[in-house]
Design a protein. Sequence first.
Length: 110
Amino acid sequence: MGNEQLNSRDRDAKYEYRRKRNAEEMRLQVISFAISIFLTLCAFGSVAAGFDKWFIIPFILLLAIVQVIFQLYYFMHMSQKGHEAPQLFIYGGVIIGFATILAFLTIVWW
């Protein structure tokens, strides 16, 4: 009888922990979604306002990079443990891509 009460309390504690953790994760996803919508509206607003293209293009690219980071870390759960290998490949690809673009830009404009 005492063992059943202990197991029942342990199950209840695990359930409450999972419930709180899931609620926190859902809250972070909703906040990330709202920020992504806000960034998208900023991009549309900058184009609709008629700013110069030399401002709009880098601004939209910056907003896109921020949105990709939000997508990876909150919607794709990259912030959780166990995603080190995909992170390595993603960051490695970004570094190689950036170095390649930088090399071609240097060759063309130097």
